[in-house]
Write a protein that binds this ligand. Structure first.
Ligand code: NAI
Ligand code: MG
Length: 366
């Protein structure tokens, strides 16, 4: 039988997005050619902030219907660097985020955002006494509602009594489906441990609903060790006792913040991936490195491609290519261990050098 072909939509978008997505595709094609068990057929979409600035939209008319036909989406980063002052973006961040990334996540019901982090062999956590294996987490972030539901408004613009509301939405339906997904994820990992993070002492409605649903669903998973943490105490536990955590589930806002902390504790934001999953598989899921468009290093050839390689591995696993996924991650870790790492990890290698080293490692390993 001929190898299975997956149709992948690539949306490199802004900043270092195109640099790391290019690297990711090169490595994936090497893996596919070497393993010969699957093929990847990429279609590129130029949905980015330049397009927004010239046409007024990130996604053209009919774009989502077209995107729906793909098996998966490989996404770079969105966010436009400012021409005059690089810290003032040309397109406000809330416009770029809602115009492209959330404009895909929300209609495609990608309600589970999955963010694994670990300390790779050959890389170092900024924590003293944190060794390879101690920090090996998966953060599951609610990706469809909560604090980022987009509910609220502004009135009396510019007046001293101007008012803005940002309403958090927590529904039983969404919390239950996410919690079940989190327990299943925890169950599939060796340590079978799930920590549910909320702030149910201060936020006594939505967060209490989260806690209650977590306890209810935990009864369906008696083999998963389950505990609860308040988000503020959780930051301290992540820093002081990383080995006590494994799978973590939290709201859209809390998990957004905790996962950046997780990435930093693992050594760099340039390592970790994010999967935006529709666990029902009605729509394609979207895979992206956790970092943003990194205005400060665009075009310098120093962007760490490892987050995108790990992202690519997560995408393969979701498509059912677990073996290829594991091999890709192993090749990346071998290359890190040998010291071929970018500046953000304390090395000297360029994006290209790391990419070539991973490609060579794949060929050598298989
Ligand atoms: P950022 O992740 O782009 O950069 C933060 C810092 O990490 C910078 O110093 C950057 O150079 C460094 N960095 C990031 N990725 C790296 C990599 N692969 N290799 C080496 N160093 C790396 O976050 P920032 O500066 O807050 O946001 C910049 C823009 O990106 C904003 O417009 C923001 O809205 C957008 N953004 C987009 C995201 C997405 O598309 N999912 C996620 C986060 C931010
Ligand atoms: Mg974030």
């Amino acid at each position: 039988t001929p190898p299975k072909t997956y149709k992948i939509a690539s949306i490199p978008a802004d900043g270092i997005g195109p640099e790391v997505i290019q690297a990711g595709i090169e490595v994936l094609q090497t893996l596919s050619k070497t393993l010969k068990t699957f093929q990847l057929d990429f279609t590129h979409f130029d949905w980015n902030s330049e397009r927004y600035k010239s046409t007024g939209s990130y996604i053209p008319e009919g774009g989502l219907e077209e995107l729906r036909k793909f098996d998966a989406i490989l996404f770079g980063a969105v966010g436009a660097p400012g021409k005059l002052m690089q810290w003032v973006p040309d397109v406000p961040d809330h416009i770029s985020l809602w115009g492209l990334r959330l404009a895909i996540c929300q209609p495609f019901q990608q309600y589970a955002n999955v963010r694994p982090t670990k300390v790779f062999r050959g890389t170092q956590s900024p924590l003293r006494n944190c060794n390879v294996g101690d920090l090996d987490w998966v953060i599951i972030r609610e990706n469809s509602e909560g604090e980022y539901a987009g509910q609220g408004g502004r009135s009396h613009r510019g007046r001293p009594w101007e008012i803005a509301t940002e309403v958090s939405i927590f529904t039983r339906h969404s919390v239950e489906r996410l919690m079940r997904f989190a327990f299943e994820t925890a169950q599939s990992r060796p340590r079978k441990t799930l920590t549910c993070v909320t702030k149910s002492n201060a936020q006594r409605h939505g967060m209490v609903l989260w806690d209650e649903i977590a306890s209810e669903i935990s009864k369906e998973f008696p083999d998963v060790k389950f505990d609860k943490m308040l988000v503020d105490a959780m930051t301290a536990r992540m820093v002081l006792n990383p080995a006590s955590l494994d799978t973590v589930v939290a709201t859209n806002l809390h998990a957004d913040i905790l996962s950046d902390l997780a990435a930093a504790l693992a050594g760099s934001i340039g390592i970790a991936p994010t999967s935006n999953l529709d666990p029902t598989r009605e729509y394609p899921s979207m895979f992206e490195p956790i970092h943003g468009s990194a205005f400060d290093i665009v075009g310098k050839g120093v962007a760490n491609p490892v987050a995108t390689f790990w992202t690519a591995a997560e995408m393969l696993a979701w498509l059912g290519e677990q073996d290829a996924s594991a091999k890709l991650l192993e090749a990346v870790e071998n290359v890190c261990e040998r010291g071929t790492i970018t500046r953000d990890l304390g090395g000297k290698s360029s994006t290209k050098e790391v990419t070539t080293a991973v490609q060579e490692e794949i060929v050598k390993m298989l």
